[in-house]
Design a protein around this ligand. Sequence first.
Ligand code: COA
Ligand code: AMP
Length: 626
Amino acid sequence: MGSYQETFRRSIDDPEGFWGEAAQGLSWYQAPTQVLDRSNPPFYRWFPDGVLNTCYNAVDRHVEGGRGDQVAIIHDSAVTSSQRKITYAELLEQVSRFAGVLAGLGVIKGDRVVIYMPMIPETLVAMLACARIGAVHSVVFGGFAPHELAIRIDDARPRVVISASCGIEGQRVIEYKPFLDAAIAEAENKPERCVIFQRPQATAALGGRDLDWGEVMTAASPADCIPVQATDPLYILYTSGTTGKPKGVVRDNGGHAVALHWTMTNVYDVAPGDVYWAASDVGWVVGHSYIVYAPLLAGCTSVLYEGKPVGTPDPGAFWRVVSEHGVRTLFTAPTAFRAIKREDPKGEYLARYDVSCLRYLFLAGERTDPDTYHWAADLLQIPVIDHWWQTETGWPIAANCMGVEQLPVKPGSPTKAVPGWNVQVLSAGGEPAPAGVEGPIVVKLPLPPGALTTLYGDDDWFVASYMSRYEGYYLTGDGGHIDADDYVFVMGRTDDVINVAGHRLSTGEIEEVIATHPDVAECAVIGVHDTLKGQVPRGFVVLKAGAQRDPDEVSSELVQLVRDQIGAVASVKDVAVVGALPKTRSGKILRKTMRSIADGTPEPVPSTIDDVGVLDRLTPVLLRSL
Ligand code: COA
Ligand code: AMP
């Protein structure tokens, strides 16, 4: 057996032995005597009697171990043309002080803290400070509109919200405070306090419940780490499901730290001191896991990049960052590489920089299409690793594990199941599908440490969403197949979730927003193929009888409505007003059929269709989206 096969087998046959050993890589106040509590499936609990602190493992222990002077975070902000380097010792100072601020505001273990921040080091400081005192953070992506923030505030019921005066998107300064105020006005559960970090690009006017970050930091005394149970929650991260209500994925402390620490050596092949760059956003799971927690748990230097992969002033922005900071491992989304390829197809900007430090390129967020794979691999001449994961899993489910054994690449596949993940494809009847046959992709329980433990405040929804479709399995929501060599092929979602430029969105949620327009009778939103972003949402609406409206005008109102309610990140640029939507005789809109036509791969029209004429009339409109 090769070392991948051996490691994988051991992780599945003896998860207790495997993860018990991995847990020894961390510092515990009380080392776990039990590795896995299987007494209440599907609620498996890792390291139930272990006691630790995630912040201690990510920060303090490196300082105590002699890495105090090593840079922990490099903030490289292309949008402000500035850089800041923070050592582990400085990080410890700031995190303990901000933990003191939170404690001074009455935040105690188990309290929730919402963080609505741009890509600045203070965001990481705030997250780690929560972990330090056992508070549960919930980071909300800065590109979400006030309504989305309000939904999350209402669900998480935070005692405190932490925000900044602005984010910067290209040349635009986006003021956060008006968004935050609007969200709190809409939310029923108001936070007691807001702490606002003032950036020089915009100064926020502070009101009644607001505090200035700089002032409270100066006044605070540092707070120490609080021991927490391994099973205590570290964070809630909301993600799109099939409806307007986002799912609050809950991650624990112990399992999360053990799993992420293990991946740094075994999946990413990095060592303490290496420079690691996940070019994502802290608001997404990749940012949580691989900008913040994993690199710091492993004692690496993490690059926090604020900017786009290409564009002004430098189309070679990514290569500049790699060469200036000596990045060894780069992790981003295929869409970022498609953007680079579009600007610099021959790699002329790449040639201006010395990127010989770069050992690996990891891609995730959507399937790496073979074209992008070949382009990147030929250009960089290093391993290009597609790996598959989800907000729910927190770390890769399938990958080519560089620290275990480098396997041959099959373009279009994220290679094989990562140790810990017993990935299977099922047939319609629920039995394992034969090699090469497509079906829903599932993971046999128990899930490894670090995967979601529940949905916040809603165990029943957790079970209904993921655990009840096939008993004993976690339903990933993705479909695909596994070939005869055990390579996994993830072909796309089987539900209403779409991936737009590496951002996860729900078409159902966009539909709910569109349906609130007074002239809309019914609507359908589908994800259509896009050469840059992978997918973009496209809306189709039928107006109410008697609505005498100019279709272009309604269309722009709907585009604006989605932007106002969900955020620019929803990327809805086009809503077509049509006469009717294709439906089954029982009234179900045939979204899958519409999607297949729009993507140029039409599937047979279901025999349950109510009126084929409707589909015939809609087809030219759908094809315009190609
Ligand atoms: N705050 C405010 N607005 C934001 C935002 C933020 N944090 N992030 C994105 N937006 C806005 C953008 O400015 C844009 O607005 P516009 O419609 O007015 O131009 C809109 O949301 C859509 O953003 P995006 O989908 O990111 O498109 P883009 O054209 O700005 O950039 C890419 C395209 C491919 C370069 C960019 O999406 C990218 O780098 N993606 C990689 C994402 C990633 O790493 N995902 C994590 C998985 S690893
Ligand atoms: P998110 O929760 O935002 O990380 O999105 C998770 C979804 O992105 C998965 O369910 C997949 O549909 C898709 N995805 C992520 N990485 C990959 C990949 N490497 N290959 C195929 N799909 C992917």
